[in-house]
Design a binder for this molecule. Structure first.
Ligand SMILES: Cc1cc2nc3c(=O)[nH]c(=O)nc-3n(C[C@H](O)[C@H](O)[C@H](O)COP(=O)(O)O)c2cc1C
Length: 166
């Protein structure tokens, strides 16, 4: 059985394609679930979770995540390590860039070990609640303006996660 589950919510497909890239980078060690249809029972056995969302509204969680989070929060998280990534648009939504991951972070931060926080270097934006003390709570990605940086950001991030997800 794989130990890593990638759960994603995607309205237009960007988060889904990034989730698939992450799965590839884990060389068959990760399973993929869309939160639109996943059952809590299915993710129970996994010690390692990667949660991906896009940002909608004004810094809000993707719609399927919005519906799933109240159920997800009730999971037994004991011993689990969790990494988060968020898609956003740092030009059109420069004041709420990738903020959706903060919503997930706040919902689970007291119950799990969060890993995969990244330094706030190399990103251009005005403001984001997803940055705490100079670090993003997970990996922000911008497929609208910085798609050429995504692969490099992902491989760096996954290399770090591989040290945690053993
Ligand atoms: C209605 C709408 C609202 C958005 N609001 C934000 C936002 O507040 N902050 C942000 O960083 N990106 C925002 N975005 C950009 C999306 O998060 C971005 O385009 C993302 O790649 C979409 O991913 P998806 O195709 O997986 O849904 C918004 C996009 C739309 C369509």
């Amino acid at each position: 059985m794989n130990k890593i589950a990638i759960l994603y919510g995607s309205s237009g497909g960007n988060t889904e394609s990034v989730a698939k890239k992450i799965q590839k980078l884990f060389d068959g060690r990760a399973d993929l679930y869309n939160v639109e249809s996943v059952k809590l029972e299915e993710i129970k056995p996994y010690p390692y979770l990667i949660l991906g969302t896009s940002t909608t509204g004004v810094g809000e969680l993707q719609d399927d995540w919005e519906s799933f989070l109240p159920t997800f929060k009730k999971a037994d998280f004991s011993g689990k390590k969790v990494a988060i990534f968020a898609l956003g648009d740092s030009v059109s939504f420069s004041n709420t860039f990738a903020e959706s991951m903060r919503v997930i972070y706040d919902a689970i931060k007291d119950k799990v070990k969060i890993v995969g926080q990244v330094p706030d270097e190399g990103y251009t934006y005005e403001e984001s609640d997803a940055v705490i003390d100079g670090k993003w709570v997970g990996l922000p990605l911008d497929e609208d303006n910085e798609y050429d940086l995504t692969d490099e950001r992902l491989s760096k991030w996954v290399e770090e996660l591989k040290k945690e997800f053993v």
